[in-house]
Write a protein that binds this ligand. Structure first.
Ligand code: G3P
Length: 217
């Protein structure tokens, strides 16, 4: 499974990229607004910080304007992935871009039929939002299961990029289903490594080692 970080905080991205565990970055207009920075500048900086795909989302709602915005965003780095919303205009822009060899991440996906359309439009990634589904009482992970079945039925190349991830259990469930990517806030990536028994065990090892009076170096 690939791990993408869902943030425009370049300090967090730099720190996580040093772990060697980071495979890409996703952003969206809300994350850009939260960063307080110029959109084009922060995307260009992120594209220099990581080798993997960096999703930069268009803000236009019409296909032609999406394509104009995409052309500008693609100048920011060779690893830029264009993010478009799952609307008919977004799908039209996705088809045009993917036919030209551009990586497209189709976002704001909330149904398997939407995901089917994105695959037919040649999307490199589909971003179903599990957390926002859970927030309104639906089972976000059942959506991931349905998309996995459909994509496998037709051998679509589109990668399932699980988004709106709220906690490590989402990542666990996504991995068991066989999703290709999880994008998550920095805190969730770090939480994946945490377990109280690991901490307790390490404390015990360290205390017992100290009793030996030895050192390795
Ligand atoms: O960036 C797409 C998605 O991960 C946003 O998730 O937390 O705003 O529901 P969230």
């Amino acid at each position: 499974m690939k791990f993408f970080v869902d943030t425009a905080d370049t300090a967090e991205i730099e720190a996580l990229s040093r772990t060697g565990l980071l495979d890409g970055v996703t952003t969206n207009p809300s994350l850009i607004a939260k960063s307080g920075r110029n959109f084009l500048e922060v995307i260009a900086e992120i594209a220099r910080l990581v080798d993997g795909p960096v999703s930069a989302e268009v803000v236009a709602t019409g296909a032609d304007d999406m394509l104009r915005e995409a052309a500008k965003l693609l100048t920011l780095g060779d690893n830029i992935t264009i993010k478009v919303p799952l609307t008919m205009d977004g799908l039209r822009a996705c088809k045009t871009l993917s036919d030209d060899g551009v990586m497209v991440n189709v976002t704001l996906c909330f149904s398997a039929t939407q995901a089917l359309l994105a695959a037919k439009a040649g999307a490199a990634f589909i971003s179903p939002f599990v957390g926002r589904h859970d927030d309104v009482g639906f089972d976000g992970m059942s959506l991931i299961q349905d998309i996995r079945i459909i994509y496998d039925n037709y051998a679509f190349d589109t990668e399932i990029l699980v988004a709106s991830v709220r906690h490590p259990v989402h990542v666990l469930q996504a991995a068991k289903i066989g999703a290709d990517v999880c994008t998550m806030p920095p805190a969730v990536i770090r939480a994946l490594a945490n377990h109280p028994l690991t901490d307790r065990g390490l404390e015990g090892f360290s205390a017992d080692w100290a009793k030996t009076g030895q050192s390795i170096l």
